[in-house]
Design a protein around this ligand. Sequence first.
Ligand code: GDP
Ligand code: IMO
Ligand code: MG
Length: 431
Amino acid sequence: MNKNIVILGTQWGDEGKGKIVDVLTKSNSYVVRYQGGHNAGHTLVINKEKIILHLIPSGLLHNNVIGIISHGVVVSPIALFNEVKMLEKNGFFVKNRIFISNSSPLILKYHIDMDIAREKKLGRKALGTTGRGIGPAYEDKISRRALLVGDLKNRDKLYIKLEEIVEYYNHQLVSFYNFPAIDYKKIFKNLLPIIDFFHDMIQDTTHILHTIIKNKKNIIFEGAQGSFLDIDNGSYPYVTSSNSTIGGVITGTGLGPKNFHYILGVTKVYSTRVGYGPFPTELFDHIDKHFSNYGQEFGSTTGRKRRTGWLDAVLLNRAVHLNSLSALCLTKLDVLDGLKEIKICIAYKNIHTLEIIKYPTMYDLENIEPIYEVHPGWNTNTKGITKFHFLPKEAQNYIHRIEEITKIPVDIISTGPDRLHTIFMKNFSIF
Ligand code: GDP
Ligand code: IMO
Ligand code: MG
């Protein structure tokens, strides 16, 4: 039987999903991006070379792998074109191995301008978006006015629709946000040279996926962002505009729940967040500096410093439930090397009522402080270790404690950014 696996983030993104998708992708298989857009930044390190992917599925750097961008993704054709070209410069030729859904909403200049204009107007109340036009593009989809990838194949329709929609956006950009007007003819002109480039990639990806499943081939579904950036289940309004929890893979691909056999939650052994919004275990001390320096916690897409904090097992348990996780993959274990003690948040306390909270409401993550359990650290180097029994006892105990708290197994541990820096646990067998 074929096995299809979903790999998604259990925190606020940047858990190391890209590396794990790359590690688990085998030749002659399929990798699917199903939500989000080029707000994602997925980093791969192969033979010491670092490559950051935004829209192209991470497994594509393996030979003969086919990548699918399904209709849950919002697609910037310019960003996608540039990414394919960047990969070509690095010796990876993927153009003929990518299919894009004809129903994916397009991200065009007016979405980006609107994203930036809104953030500017919000001032101190800004969300800290990536400025990639993600929110406005999903709004267009929900409001049923979006231009779709399939529209690129019909130049006349594209031209007429662009004129209409740009008029709608210019009204807001100019009168409300005091931004310059956009010229729809210029957008059209900039799209023309790349339309032919995409022509053969644009397909009904739902049909392609059903055919792959009928032929019993393995598929990896690559999530973007993390569970608490989910529009419905996250720390609203400080979220992205798609479903980054498990539901997104169903609606975003056109497959049903029976098509997914193993759901792997990627969890960094501490927490990070880029952008604004509540972050109960956030740190501002020397431990933050340690995570920043050793973990290189700077955004893969925007270069912003990521906020850092201890592992939050209250939220992790929630992510286990939200996503029906089969197992966890813990990443960045090596970043904990050298810390005297390591904390895990196991409950919250309401700072006003002093009530102990184990199931917090996402509505009110602000008025709480974490309650920690403290574990001894280790002084040895775990970077690059590939066998569990070579880890220091304290690290082994820490990992077992996470299994105990979450009640699901840790199947994979990442001990460095490289493909090879990976521990597969004994019971791990997905294919
Ligand atoms: P993603 O968005 O979930 O794919 O994660 P990002 O690529 O944005 O951020 C994860 C960062 O951690 C990248 O720079 C990776 O190269 C790096 N990384 C992944 N796994 C490990 C690990 O186990 N140890 C260390 N030190 N770095 C890692
Ligand atoms: P990957 O896939 C981390 C955050 C932004 C902002 C919020 C909304 O690399 O894990 P948006 O541009 O989506 O409207 O911004 O979501 N954000 C991410 N944070 N990793 C990501 O993706 C993110 N994609 C969006 O920083 O707080
Ligand atoms: Mg990232």
